[in-house]
Design a protein around this ligand. Structure first.
Ligand code: ADP
Ligand code: ASP
Ligand code: MG
Length: 810
């Protein structure tokens, strides 16, 4: 004999019920069938009860909706008007609602009566339809067989009496025997329910008592998944799981099975399967006693969305054992179910997690219990915190593994999810954490990605700046997207994108192929709105990329890092501001688990800063730095040969796009100063911009100019000066390079004539070069050399930072 349970969505429509008939018809064994109310109806019934009790006549129209919905279903399936039995239930339904309306009171008892209507109507319709289809079926009223106490709303089963009655009924079973789920009654025939989602339990009780060969739960998903598929799109299907793990998962919110329903199957060792009504050929999840797949550390991640934390604390409770006893007794007599418990080892406080809807009940019960102690200040007033969720990792194999909780909290921390309470079950089969409800979706997804390696990791980018570098970056992303997804399991999406005019947000990612047109139709850019949107979306693995040269945008980094969103930027402003601000950014990112990466601040895409960081982190010490850091200046002095005027070389460089729009910024040397400043700071030294000595190669007359044109004419007037610099170097067999240095604790920038033996002598085109003299590289410096400017290489440096973050836990 098999017990088959079909949930609300499986009987939610005419087509679904026809599908259920097919599944039942295909069974060889004798079948005990348990069905829920039509999907959504129980919720509607809850509402009708509440509206009627509030004295609002509108309940009548809600009542009509439910009535008509069932009449229609009856008519469509049975092709006849509903019969007398149907209208008898409707009449009872109407009467009880009227009673509640007149009395303006909804007791748990009348509520259960109203709720029972859903299962009673659906089972009647299904049984009559199945009979029409030629199925040998008998409908049993579960209220006569499942006996409970009078704890309405969530009644407790009297197993002795229930077993007796079900076994008696067994003799009159047909090929298919249908029992409505969820409903039961007290010994004196008052209708009760087994708690929301309780149809699973009704079926499990029948399976247990009848010692069924198999217990199947048919629903609207393929089986038990590694997380709620509604919250985690990439949740994986679980093929096989132990009763214990299934129990933990469902206890912590995997709604697909109601937790108590596993117990009867577990006790009798009846194998359970969770199957999809709409894909009956799929295998479904098998739940059995022994199942220990050692490969899988975590079986799944569950969550309960709405909980409250209740804390009892105060110096008066230290070491006195009765406190916790009284605390739990008070909660238990108020029928408040405790989901999670934590107690500080100082015994200074006990905190429990409860269903959010019980918060007032709990508070009342505890205030009453501890009235005197609160009033004489021995203990603090009971503290209730709301808007919280529980997230739990579940898996049999966790118990032998070190570091699971470390990984869990590390990943959550890096994503800015703060943890209010932690609890690890003594079975070590679950680790749970209480977090803010706003962070739930992010936490579930990020943990899922971290523990289920085979799923791709989603990276969410927020980009401001679509100039040359910005464009090149997005184009590189477009080109690499498929490769990264396939080979590195990275799914990098642009969620927010803006330039100085427009901005767009797309929760599932901007279509990469048409980002330009989408952006041009976006909303007007507003920095504050952009930031607010990014924070409100609260997505995991978020990275903010500033590809502007704006100081206003740079000023937003501290706030962004504080929200645990990492920042990647080629914008040098933040890293070269006052040392205190630089320091503040570094400590922000440490504190909030975010990262601030600016590899492209120095030598564009060359891995200068990452190499320097690796040296420093691994304990090396930087003594001296020598570098040519401006590709523009390399180009100018390579091109200049005393024949063409220096000013014309500058103009050519500008035309080729090798200079800043205002070439003075390159020629004054301030950009090089900023770069050496960053190298000094990243080497671990304190330094301000003004501490760096600048020996300009420009004559004084060129340092003050009212415009670019004015600057050009001043440079032209000084041609003799530049020619002399060139010829003097030439005479010594040397070449001119603008060299940045850090030596003897001092930073400087200046023009030097380097001879043929010097590594800088052969620097070509716009190349940059950096020499690091360190403890480990003391005789021969470490050399990094290559193209140090250009949109493509800068974009690839930004890309490298993004990948660096993506491959860590962000
Ligand atoms: P039924 O009406 O069939 O009883 P429910 O809505 O009660 O169905 O339960 C099925 C739902 O449980 C799924 O649609 C899914 O959204 C949710 N769910 C939550 N956690 C999980 C999980 N870990 N695996 C599968 N489903 C889950
Ligand atoms: N119909 C009930 C509910 O919605 C029972 C169930 O579906 O299991 O809670
Ligand atoms: Mg259910």
């Amino acid at each position: 004999m098999k017990v088959l349970k079909f949930g609300g969505t499986s009987v939610g429509s005419e087509e679904a019920i026809r599908q259920v008939a097919k599944i039942v018809q295909s069974q060889v064994d004798q079948v005990v069938l348990v069905t829920s109310a039509v999907g959504g109806v129980t919720d509607q019934l809850v509402k009708i009860g509440e509206v009627a009790a509030s004295g609002d006549r509108v309940y009548i129209s809600h009542f009509e909706v439910v009535k008509v919905q069932h009449e229609q279903l009856y008519y469509n399936l049975i092709e006849n008007k509903p019969d007398e039995k149907f209208y008898k239930i409707i009449e009872e339904f109407e009467d009880i609602c009227k009673g509640v309306f007149l009395l303006r009171e909804l007791t748990t008892r009348s509520s259960d009566y109203i709720l029972s209507i859903g299962e009673r109507l659906s089972s009647l319709i299904i049984s009559e339809f199945f009979r029409n289809e030629g199925i040998d079926i008998t409908l049993f009223d579960s209220r006569q067989y499942i006996v409970t106490d009078d704890h309405f709303g969530h009644a407790n089963v009297n197993f002795k009496e229930t077993t007796k009655r079900i076994l008696e009924a067994k003799d009159s079973f047909s090929k298919v025997s249908l029992f409505p789920g969820f409903i039961a009654s007290t010994e004196d025939n008052q209708t009760t329910t087994l708690g929301r989602g309780g149809s699973d339990y009704s079926a499990a009780i029948l399976a247990g008592v009848l010692v069924a060969d198999h217990f199947e739960v048919w629903t609207d998903v393929d089986g038990l998944m590694t997380a709620d598929p509604r919250m985690v799109k990439r949740a994986n299907f679980i093929e096989h799981v132990s009763y214990e793990e299934a129990l933990e998962l469902s206890h912590f919110g995997a709604k697909v099975i109601y937790p108590p329903s596993i117990q009867p199957a577990l006790e009798k060792g009846i194998p359970m399967t969770i199957k999809n009504t709409f894909k009956p050929d799929q295998k479904g999840t098998l739940i059995t006693k022994e199942w220990d797949d050692s490969k899988q550390l975590i079986r799944g991640i569950s969550s309960i969305k709405d909980i409250a934390l209740v804390t009892l604390s105060g110096s008066g409770m230290v070491g006195i054992p009765k406190f916790s006893y009284r605390f739990f007794r008070a909660l238990s007599s108020a029928q408040v179910n405790v989901i999670l418990i934590t107690q500080a080892s100082s015994e200074h406080s006990i905190t429990v997690g409860i269903d959010a809807k019980d918060d007032k009940l709990a508070l009342r019960a505890l205030n009453e219990e501890f009235k005197e102690l609160i009033s004489n200040h021995s203990i603090d007033p009971i503290l209730v915190e709301k808007n919280l969720s529980i997230i739990a990792l579940v898996g049999n194999n966790m118990r032998d593994q070190v570091g699971v909780s470390g990984q869990m909290f590390n990943v959550l921390g890096k994503n800015g999810v703060s943890i209010k309470a932690i609890s690890q079950g003594s079975s070590e089969r679950n680790i749970s954490a209480v977090i803010s409800k706003d962070d739930l979706s992010k936490a579930l997804n990020v943990l899922h990605e971290s523990f289920f390696l085979y799923s791709t990791k989603r990276i969410n980018l927020f980009i401001i700046g679509t100039g040359n570098v910005g464009k090149a970056f997005i184009n590189q992303l477009v080109q690499q997207f498929t490769f990264l997804k396939k080979n590195h399991q990275l799914n990098i999406k642009i969620i927010g994108l803006a330039n100085s005019r427009k901005m767009i947000f797309e929760k599932d990612g901007t279509p990469l192929s048409k980002w330009e047109s989408t952006l041009s139709n976006g909303a007007k850019f507003d920095k504050k709105d952009f930031m607010r949107h990014m924070y409100d979306m609260n997505l995991r693995n978020s990275i903010f990329i500033d590809i502007t040269a704006s100081d206003e945008i740079a000023a937003t980094y501290p706030e962004i890092l504080k929200k645990s969103i990492s920042v990647v930027t080629p914008n040098k402003i933040a890293a070269t501001g006052p040392q205190v601000d630089y320091h503040n950014l570094k400590s922000m990112s440490k504190k909030y688990g975010s990262r601030f990466l600016f590899e492209t601040n120095v030598c564009a895409g060359l891995p200068v800063l990452s190499t320097l960081n690796d040296l420093v982190r691994s304990g090396d010490q930087i003594h001296q730095i020598e570098a040519v850091l401006s590709g523009t200046l390399v180009f100018l002095f390579n091109e200049y040969n005393g024949q063409t005027k220096f000013v014309d070389v500058i103009k050519k460089a500008k035309e080729l796009g090798y200079t800043e729009p205002d070439p003075r910024l390159d020629l004054f040397g301030s950009d090089v100063k900023r770069k050496i400043l960053i190298l000094i700071r990243e080497s671990g030294y304190t330094c301000e911009y003004d501490d760096i000595e600048l020996n300009s190669f420009l004559p004084d007359s060129c340092m003050e100019s009212s415009s670019v044109e004015d600057f050009y004419s001043k440079v032209e007037a000084e041609e003799a000066h530049f020619k002399k610099l060139y010829e003097d170097a030439q005479a010594k067999g040397a070449r001119l390079k603008v060299v940045a240095k850090y030596k003897n604790g001092h930073g400087s920038v200046g023009l030097e004539a380097v001879d043929a033996a010097h590594p800088f002598y052969n620097l070509e085109g716009k190349d940059n070069i950096v020499l690091f003299y360190t403890n480990r590289y003391s005789d021969q410096p470490m050399v990094i050399k290559g193209a140090g400017a250009g949109a493509e290489v800068t974009a690839s440096g930004i890309f490298a930072d993004v990948l660096r973050l993506s491959q860590s836990d962000i």
